[in-house]
Design a protein around this ligand. Structure first.
Ligand code: FAD
Length: 376
């Protein structure tokens, strides 16, 4: 397919693809079957700029664009999507810090996140809520020396090996505030790895905050009003998930074409059958539509827009489409498509995950609806 990207971004794609193939393909069994995080990938991800590509160099980023970051995600996910879930958390947490932290906090915490030296967690979800900040139960109390945080966070990526993270908690005024919580205290601990359908090996676990004490300067910015920071930070996460979904679709199309060329039935490769043409054509068309929507959302952010409805539109369409496209890849493979012998089985499982996390499709529709409401 013809690329509308400038040559330097196609070169960036080729470079990311080469790195992902060389270093990450061999890690698929470790993450997907053994459900273990391969820490040896971290220097490679750091070298690629995966943790901090779109942030300015003054804060330790690589000064790249959101579009370049989306392409990087796409190419890593074409090989191993679960890795993208790991590194995008650092970008999301840095985004939250840049939105509401003091200059001193930014200087202290952001560079080590963007370089990948430290691994972050982002803890909003709880047993009782994934979509409604009003239902948060984690609470922050003032102490003589700072704050005491008590609560339980659910389904936290990187939880089992993160160094530091942000915790959303109800402050004494009943508002949502954000706190930086290092994991080196005994009062912070992760539960067992949570088994999931897909995107395995990311250190996903519940995080327990048993009255952990943190100093005053670990409150991010001022108290209250952090629902806005949540929405902005999650916009970064959703852009990452949309990019990864495009990468999975690309991989599933490549696998489907490869299989259709070599599998024979009734004396012909199955790619000669019109029914298979239709599936492959649908997959191609949906993939390219998703890719263009992704680039439009990324470019909206590059042009300085908050891009909340743009990214929500992209996440809504692309993650649902990725489930359809990977399902079609499974169909091209017949029963081999649902066997662990073929890569599309994992791709189908991974694609379904993206539809649900960082806000379900229903929640994205509500965000898109605000743009519709603005039409007069
Ligand atoms: C692999 C993985 C990694 C994750 N990583 C993290 C992480 O690092 N940090 C973190 O904080 N969380 C994380 N999560 C949690 C995830 O973001 C939430 O689970 C997700 O946002 C949905 O929340 P829920 O499952 O509690 O759904 P609920 O909010 O309970 O929703 C249940 C149903 O109600 C619908 N619904 C809810 N609200 C509305 C509404 N306003 N309008 C219409 N329908 C609605 C939903 O669409 C859904 O169908 C992760 C989850 C997974 C699977």
């Amino acid at each position: 397919m013809h690329s509308t990207l400038p040559p330097e971004l196609e070169e960036h794609r080729a470079s990311c693809r080469g790195t992902a193939e060389r270093h990450f393909r061999s890690l698929i069994p470790t993450m997907d079957r053994e459900r273990t995080f391969p820490h040896e990938c971290r220097p490679v991800l750091a070298e690629m700029g995966a943790y901090g590509l779109p942030f300015p160099t003054e804060v330790g980023g690589a000064g790249g664009s959101w579009l370049a970051w989306a392409i990087l995600h796409e190419e890593v996910a074409r090989v191993l999507p679960a890795l993208g879930i790991h590194f995008q958390v650092n970008t999301v947490v840095a985004g939250a810090l840049l939105d509401c932290a003091t200059p001193e906090q930014i200087e202290r915490w952001v560079p080590s996140l963007l370089s990948g030296e430290k691994v972050a967690f982002f803890a909003f979800t709880e047993p009782d809520t994934g979509s409604d900040p009003g239902l948060l139960r984690t609470r922050a109390e003032r102490t003589e020396h700072g704050w005491r945080i008590t609560g339980q966070k659910r389904w936290i990526t990187n939880a089992r090996f993160a160094d530091v993270g942000v915790v959303f908690a109800k402050d004494p005024d009943g508002d949502v505030s954000l706190f930086l919580v290092p994991t080196d205290s005994e009062a912070v601990h992760a539960g067992e790895h949570t088994p999931m359908l897909g995107l395995r090996g990311t250190g996903l676990a519940d995080l327990y905050l048993d009255g952990v004490e943190i100093p005053h300067d670990h409150l991010m910015g001022t108290t209250g009003g952090r629902f806005k920071t949540l929405k902005k930070a999650m916009t970064i996460g959703k852009l990452g998930l949309s990019s990864m979904s495009v990468g999975i679709m690309q991989a599933s199309l490549e696998e489907a074409v490869r299989y259709a060329r070599q599998r024979e039935q009734r004396g012909h490769p199955i790619i000669d059958f019109q029914a298979i043409h239709h599936l492959l054509a649908e997959m191609t068309s949906r993939l390219e539509a998703s890719r263009q929507l992704l680039y439009w959302a990324a470019m909206s952010k590059d042009q300085g827009a908050e891009a909340i409805p743009e990214v929500a539109s992209a996440k809504l369409f692309i993650t649902q489409t990725a489930v359809d496209v990977t399902r079609m890849a499974v169909s091209v493979h017949g029963v081999y498509g649902i066997s662990e012998e073929t890569p599309v089985e994992r791709m189908f499982r991974d694609a379904k995950m993206y539809e649900l996390l960082e806000g379900t499709s229903e929640v994205q529709r509500e965000l898109v609806m605000r743009a519709v409401d603005a039409i007069r």
